[in-house]
Design a protein around this ligand. Structure first.
Ligand code: SF4
Length: 76
């Protein structure tokens, strides 16, 4: 699963949303989020992000960002 982190805040690009094959991006309060259960882990969004905000959840200390992404994607 890929997850959006705080580098996304104030980013105006939505290149990631356009390439996602399963449309699992949602709008949070001031950044985009990925629904962790809908993401199919394809990885195509990651190089599209100009802010380097999209990270795999296998990186260290990602738990809080996974929960953040889940919370805001499910509020839709
Ligand atoms: Fe969408 Fe693939 Fe990125 Fe997951 S890794 S958010 S499925 S583009």
């Amino acid at each position: 699963t890929y997850i959006v982190t705080d580098n996304c805040i104030a980013c105006k690009y939505t290149d990631c949303v356009e390439v996602c094959p399963v449309d699992c991006f949602y709008e949070g309060e001031n950044m985009l989020v990925i629904h962790p259960d809908e993401c199919i882990d394809c990885g195509v969004c990651e190089p599209e992000c100009p802010a380097d905000a999209i990270r795999p959840d296998t990186e260290p200390d990602m738990e809080k960002w996974v929960e953040f992404n889940r919370k805001y994607s499910e509020s839709w």
